[in-house]
Write a protein that binds this ligand. Structure first.
Ligand SMILES: [Zn+2]
Length: 436
């Protein structure tokens, strides 16, 4: 049992429907076997539990662990390939690298780099886009299991248009997916996600095999891409007799509350209605959208249609693992949309980075906020003294202002501690927490 003492910020209620930032200056969180069992003023908890060890984190800010709802494991080594639109970037940057993961030893190294990137950024839960090779997906599950991260991932499948080494058949995709799910789905904090790459590279037969796999693996997630780039959308329509992109998944029954589609930069109103009706969530990936020139995400239309939205880093088209940067870029995008944009506060950014992601991944009862009954998944934001973020926090006018500074100035280097299920899995680059 440990009593944590910290300034705690989280978003127990959705700011898009009136929720506000919850801020407790000198907060006590009692953690037993990974679960928060009491929360209140520190002195009250100290009096009630005088003998428990105290971890004093008051120097920085304690936030819920970050939740990344769209991030590609095979692309960690190609982050930063700027200057290309989606389909050219895939051909020249992403797919050549993804083919290298046929070699399991190479994949194991990539999985290590990838999981290190997540942990350093304070990401404790992620929906991870896997690899096209089953052996590589095993290495991803192994690495996530070693670190204790909450990872949902699976075999990426395609049966057309991609380079031949990345292609499979509907039958082989289903067999390999079932084997992987049998090994990993439900083991510790791991879950399986059925993952066709996108409709562009997935025939109706492949998508139908995905639907069969979802039905055969109770509790499995479904994830893919949708409406990212206008050229891509035209190609998908031509391959599916003019169908709307969302419908290419929906007509196979693939859209449910356990589905997450990345991007959706260019949806029609009817597609938004379909997503809302199915309870399917959208992973908004703003640095990727900007880097590939995909467009500015219509957040207001999603919110008004009732579509759930959370943040994704979309590494490696996205420019890094930090959801602080994604939050800031999401804010920028809405500013640039002018009257069509949805102005975001720091509470919105924290919600999109944590509780909204937990909700999209069906984990809202477990993580995303630091409330009694939830797992203690948390990050300690602790900038080095003299750093502009440290200066900003010392001079913040309010908790909302302090949180704005975290999103404006925070980087992975400012993550001074990471806990998953009560276990500290990273201690930050420059200081360890004080035991007292
Ligand atoms: Zn992606």
């Amino acid at each position: 049992m440990t009593l944590f003492r910290a300034s705690v910020l989280d978003t127990p209620a959705d700011p898009f429907t009136g929720g506000r930032l919850r801020s407790d200056d000198d907060c006590g969180l009692l953690v037993e076997q990974g679960v928060i069992t009491a929360r209140g003023p520190f002195e009250t908890l100290r009096t009630a539990h005088p003998d428990e060890p105290v971890l004093d984190l008051r120097e920085g800010i304690l936030l819920p662990g970050m939740v990344d709802t769209h991030v590609h494991f095979p692309q960690v080594r190609i982050i930063g390939g700027l200057g290309l639109p989606l389909l050219d970037w895939l051909d020249q940057c992403a797919l050549p690298e993804e083919m290298r993961l046929a070699d399991v030893d190479h994949a194991r190294g990539v999985a290590h780099d990838f999981v290190s990137g997540l942990v350093d950024a304070g990401t404790t839960t992620a929906l991870v886009f896997g690899a096209h090779f089953a052996g590589a997906v095993d290495t991803m599950f192994e690495a996530a299991d070693q670190w204790g991260l909450r990872v949902t991932t699976g075999l990426v499948t395609s049966d057309r248009l991609l380079p031949e080494p990345l292609l499979t058949t509907p039958e082989r995709a289903r067999a390999e997916s079932r084997e992987l799910a049998g090994r990993w789905h439900g083991k510790g904090r791991l879950r399986y996600a059925v993952t066709p790459r996108f409709s562009l590279s997935a025939s109706d037969a492949l998508l139908e095999s995905c639907a069969q796999t979802v039905a055969e693996v109770p509790g499995a997630f479904f994830t893919s891409h949708v409406n990212e780039n206008v050229h891509e959308i035209r190609e998908v329509a031509s391959l599916f007799d003019g169908a709307a992109y969302v419908d290419t998944y929906d007509r196979h029954g693939l859209l449910t509350p356990r589905s997450v589609l990345a991007h959706d930069v260019h949806p029609t109103d009817r597609e938004l209605a379909t997503l809302a009706g199915r309870g399917t969530a959208v992973a908004h990936c703003p640095t990727s959208n900007a880097a590939l020139g995909s467009g500015l995400f219509p957040l207001r239309r999603h919110v008004e249609a009732g579509v759930r939205v959370a943040l994704g880093s979309d590494v490696g088209a996205g420019t890094g693992f930090s959801l602080f940067k994604e939050g800031l870029q999401a804010y920028f995008a809405q500013q640039l949309l002018g009257e069509q944009g949805l102005p975001l506060t720091s509470a919105h950014l924290l919600w999109l980075s944590t509780a909204a992601g937990a909700d999209a991944l069906g984990l809202a009862d477990e993580v995303g906020v630091l409330s009694v009954g939830r797992q203690f998944d948390a990050i300690w934001v602790l900038p080095e003294p003299g750093d502009p973020l440290a200066v900003g926090l010392a001079n913040a006018a309010s908790a909302d202002d302090a949180l704005s500074k975290v999103f404006a100035l925070g980087t992975t280097s400012d993550v001074g501690g990471v806990w998953v299920g009560g276990d500290q899995i990273a201690a930050g680059r420059w200081r360890r927490p004080r035991d007292r």
